[in-house]
Design a protein around this ligand. Structure first.
Ligand code: GCW
Length: 836
């Protein structure tokens, strides 16, 4: 990118709350020469205020005003005014200005952007494309990029959707950024301001449809009042070129419509749905289509009537066909009552087993929406083999901007590199190049439909997702949906400049920590393909490796005293590896050729199995968790070097999150390492696991008003024991005489921050207060809180550079609140540069 030297950047701007996302149009100053590059007029070819082309004109006006303080008038339909930006569809342009030459063919939603001639041309194949081109031009301006460009840009695929998992009561399934911007108390909200702002953000990343309600769908959305609400939402999205789609509950004809059945082949059911569809399209004539989760995790589906999934998908497909709608049918169909004692049982097999034999039986407007991996948005999964098993069926890949298994927006995890690994994977279907991106866009098998959908959990929080840094994932999703070959780091840098300005140090730092964040999270949460070792039964957030096994959900690790991993080979295991095309199947079948990052996904091996590094599996576990947690500490240090270079509000917000992550990465590290040490009995060669020389257990302190508490799972408390106050209204005190050599230490305190109260803790050294904090992370962080002492609620706070003398008394007073009994696990006194 060409950044021109004549730009002078303003100092750090006033506090920002994140609401504008990457569309801030933050001021840049530029010299006269720079000004001569700015347009002095805007011409748009549509005067209807609700048209995307009109919206484009307003955006340009706001952008030029915001970024360069340049007040530019919008006029309509006048052709070729020199040094203007001209925005419209190619057809509108032709009508106003006559023939155009030199513009390559544009596909649906595509655009032409030229800054080379006497004016800037932004011409879309349709109005949506013109708006996309406008946002792209504005993105250049906002990054101080005055390169002379002339290019056509076309989408990789027609389906570039987002899925909201918003419930009608206003809650959001897996939502970490506050309540829904769409729903409240069973209805669509009245004030749609936030929806408009969201529409802007989505349009700027070229998203063309949004499914507004949870796939675990509530049929009352189909009531006439709520459909009126949906129509209002669609009216808000339409000027931004975004269509609205709806998730359906398969049993609606019975539960909502009062029929005796929801059999997809029953005539009354077909009629009921067709009537509903007519009502929907009457109010929303450009409704994008339906999204269906059926026969999955307790949701009703066609299996109730022994009908096929194709019967179900086609029921809706035929219904929306006359209106040009499509049906996104989710491949996330599996039995969650599997039996782990059966060596062959494997949830990963489900999608291919359910869908492969139906290939070719789906109507043309059905798209099978497939999660990127065969299980569920884990930190590492192989590509779903279903992508290689449907040849005559359109597909879309399902990604998650929502960081459900990736730290729930409380941990920094930039997910685009993970998505890129999936999209770039070559499935070698029929022994021919078959990138996942080419399969899902429809290119590989010449399907007209295809693309991607991402689960997004924006809420009413001003940061949208609960944390500023997570917005890079939403931005990157749109970019990759449009062009899967975009580079994850370049996308990130565009986002960073747009979000935090042009300071080089800010750019470099955010690039480094974000690009490291997924590998680091993998290191401390679950590596070698064992999945995110989180609590899969409860919040999906903190560590709880035991929860993976001994239940029907099938996210198993099969860890026992000597060995670990799922044997998914054809020769001896669940036969999952055989679902891939020949060459890939052969690679995964053999432990020697399986990439090590997926070793335990495909093979069951001893803890003493040697990796290519020469390390054993168990030692690799120990080391990775230490390395990961260590690297996470560095995120905070690097961020803190940006003080004064980012506005104070966002600086402090991000700092607080990264500070929390440094602590929680240690909780992850110790929990996982303790768990496998306990299970295998194999000591850490580095003698770190279960050996914490700077740690003082809370239960070993002198306790008044505190009592010991056995924590479950045991590995989420040091020594398996914590302390809690004996009453929920009076303070407890834990004190100890320090036996370490006199010196300067960082003091870390591990405690539990439960949902249900805001306990207060105060730390004293010889009665001198040295620190205090409140257990209110349910309000200040983003992840799902826990009501227990466990790996989700375990938290660490740190006080730096405390001067301590041997024999000093350290005292912590904990004041309980509500059901939160001011729990404490341990303190660690860390000499400078030491990580316990
Ligand atoms: O991962 C699981 C989530 C559920 C979700 C489901 C799905 C909407 O834990 O919350 O339900 O996937 O994708 O349908």
């Amino acid at each position: 990118m060409q950044l021109l030297g004549f730009l002078v950047f303003l100092g750090v701007a006033a506090a920002e709350d994140g609401l504008k996302g990457w569309l801030r149009y933050a001021p840049l100053t530029c010299s006269d020469r720079c000004h001569s590059n700015l347009p002095s007029g805007i011409v748009t070819f549509n005067t209807t205020t609700t048209s995307p082309v009109y919206v484009a004109g307003t955006e340009l006006q706001n952008g030029l005003q915001g970024i360069y303080k340049k007040n530019v008038q919008v006029t309509h339909k006048k052709c070729n005014t020199a040094s203007s930006v001209v925005v419209g569809t190619l057809d509108q342009y032709r009508q106003a200005c006559g023939a155009v030459s030199g513009i390559p063919d544009l596909e649906e939603d595509g655009f032409w952007l030229s800054t080379k001639g006497s004016n800037v041309q932004i011409l879309g194949q349709n109005e949506r494309g013109a708006l996309y081109g406008t946002f792209e031009y504005l993105s250049m301006l906002a990054q101080g990029n005055f390169s002379k460009v002339a290019y056509a840009s076309n989408p990789s695929a027609p389906i570039r959707w987002v899925n909201q998992w918003d419930n009608m009561d206003g809650s959001i399934e897996r939502g970490y950024g506050g309540p829904s911007i769409f729903f409240k108390n069973g209805q669509i909200v009245q004030d749609l301001t936030r929806v408009t702002e969201y529409a802007r953000l989505l349009a700027s990343i070229k998203i063309n449809a949004v499914v507004i309600n949870n796939v675990n769908a509530n049929a009352t959305l189909l009531s006439p009042t709520n459909l009126e609400g949906v129509a209002r939402v669609a009216d808000v999205f339409r000027p931004y070129g975004i269509q609205v789609g709806l998730s359906l509950n398969f049993a609606s004809p019975q539960t909502f419509g009062g029929l005796g059945t929801f059999d997809p082949l029953d005539a009354s059911v077909i009629e009921w749905w067709s009537n509903i569809t007519a009502q929907v399209y009457e109010r929303v004539p450009d409704m994008a289509g339906y999204l269906v989760k059926a026969d999955s995790e307790g949701q009703p589906g066609p299996q109730t009537y022994n009908r096929t999934l194709a019967d179900a998908a086609n029921l809706f497909a035929k219904g929306v066909q006359p209106y040009g709608g499509i049906v996104m049918y989710r491949a996330f169909v599996y039995d969650h009552h599997l039996n782990e004692t059966n060596w062959r049982d494997d949830r990963a097999n489900a999608a291919v087993e359910f869908f492969k034999h139906l290939d070719g039986e789906f109507e043309d407007n059905v798209v099978i929406q497939i999660k990127y991996g065969p299980i569920d948005f884990q930190v590492r999964e192989p590509v779903s083999p279903l992508f290689a098993n449907l040849v005559n069926t359109s597909m879309a890949i399902e990604l998650q901007v929502t960081q459900e298994y990736l730290g729930q927006q409380s941990h920094l995890v930039y997910v685009a590199p993970l998505w890129k690994e999936i999209l770039n994977f070559d499935l070698r279907i029929d022994q021919k190049p078959s990138l996942v991106s080419d399969v899902v866009t429809g290119k590989r098998f010449k399907r007209k439909l295809g693309g991607s959908a991402a689960v997004v959990n924006v809420g009413t929080n001003s940061t949208w997702l609960g944390s500023h840094m997570s917005m890079s994932n939403l931005y990157a999703y749109g970019r990759l949906a449009w062009n899967p070959s975009d580079d994850a780091e370049e996308i990130l840098q565009d986002w960073t400049r747009l979000t935090f300005g042009l300071n080089q140090k800010v750019l470099d730092t955010i690039t480094r920590i974000s690009m490291d964040s997924w590998p680091v999270y993998e290191q401390y949460s679950g590596n070698l393909g064992i999945q995110t070792l989180t609590d899969i039964i409860y919040t999906h957030y903190g560590p709880s490796p035991a929860s993976q096994d001994n239940n029907g959900w099938g996210q198993w690790t099969r860890a026992d005293q000597t060995s670990i991993g799922m044997d998914r080979t054809v020769s001896n295991g669940t036969r999952f590896s055989g679902q891939y095309p020949k060459e890939i199947a052969a690679m995964y079948e053999d432990v020697e050729t399986t990439p090590e990052e997926l070793l335990l996904w495909f093979h069951h091996v001893n803890y003493t199995h040697r990796l290519s590094s020469g390390k054993t599996v168990i030692q690799h576990f120990y080391d990775s968790h230490y390395t990961g947690a260590q690297r996470a500490q560095g995120f905070l240090d690097q961020w803190e070097a940006l003080q004064g270079k980012v506005d104070p509000e966002r600086y402090e917000h991000v700092r607080r999150f990264l500070d929390y992550q440094t602590g929680h990465s240690i909780i992850w590290r110790d929990a996982i390492n303790n768990f496998y040490y306990n299970l295998s009995g194999i000591p850490d060669e580095g003698q770190r696991v279960d050996h914490h020389p700077w740690c003082i257990e809370a239960e070993s302190m002198k306790l008044e008003g505190y009592k010991t508490y056995d924590v479950t799972p045991f590995e989420t408390a040091s020594g398996a024991v914590a302390i809690v106050t004996t009453s929920n209204s009076t303070a407890g005190t834990a004190s100890t005489k320090i036996q370490f050599p006199s010196g300067t230490y960082d003091l870390a305190v591990n405690y539990y921050d439960l949902y249900g109260g805001k306990s207060q803790w105060k730390v004293y050294l010889n009665d001198r207060p040295i620190g205090q904090w409140v257990g209110n992370s349910e309000e200040t962080l983003s992840h799902t809180p826990s009501i227990y002492l466990d790996g989700h609620s375990a938290t660490r706070v740190k006080f730096r550079k405390i001067k301590v003398k041997r024999g000093d008394t350290l005292k912590i007073i904990g004041m309980p609140d509500g059901t939160e009994p001011a729990p404490l696990d341990y303190v660690a006194l860390l000499p400078a540069g030491t990580l316990d």
